[in-house]
Design a protein around this ligand. Structure first.
Ligand SMILES: [Zn+2]
Length: 190
């Protein structure tokens, strides 16, 4: 981490894939996801980077904010706009621990983020590959370079543990030994 040479980012997206830099930033996003879990939020984290420097970091706050749209990605983008004093986020990379949802993909396009790096896919809400392919849609006026699967196992493990614990608590409250079984982790309402 800490690559500050702007020229590192000027080549085609393909040569930037799966780098040690990506790995380092994703670890920071995962740390945000872990903080979210500790706060009782679905563990998803996001980190916005420009020219090898951290711009903003965020985690899910849907429960605390009582706002189903308070996703880590959206919060990181908004904080990034404030931090940079800009209307858009050209040249930035957003690292997210889960495939961004349809809402957050919309925000990525509107703010013209250059590149997104994410962990596992989200089959229920993902807008990059799962439900739609918004970020490299042929009719969109902006395309975002995509890298997926970075630290995917760690992210999936956080989500699995979180939802398992959630179901166990629900079961304990209900006193029903059968209540813990149910949907797969990513099928829960994110
Ligand atoms: Zn989202």
């Amino acid at each position: 981490m800490g690559v500050s040479d702007r020229s590192f980012r000027t080549g085609p997206a393909a040569i930037l894939s799966a780098s040690a830099e990506d790995d380092g930033w994703m670890l920071l996003a995962l740390a945000e996801a872990e903080r979210a879990a500790a706060e009782g939020e679905v563990p998803v984290g996001a980190v916005l980077v420009l020219g090898g420097r951290l711009v903003s970091r965020a985690r899910n706050r849907c429960e605390a904010a009582r706002d189903a749209t308070a996703h880590a990605e959206l919060l990181a983008l908004r904080e990034g706009l404030t931090e940079l004093g800009a209307k858009r986020l050209e040249g930035t990379t957003l690292y997210c621990t889960l495939e961004p949802c349809l809402q957050c993909c919309g925000a990525l396009l509107l703010t013209r983020v250059e590149r997104v790096v994410f962990g596992p896919r989200d089959p229920k809400f993902g807008g990059v590959r799962s439900l739609a392919e918004l970020l490299d849609h042929p009719r969109a006026n902006h395309r975002v370079a995509i890298e997926e699967g970075v630290r995917a196992e760690e992210s999936r493990s956080l989500l699995t543990t979180f939802f398992r614990d959630l179901r166990a608590r629900a079961k304990a409250r209900q006193g029903d030994p059968g209540a813990a079984s149910g949907a797969a982790p990513l099928e829960d309402d994110l």
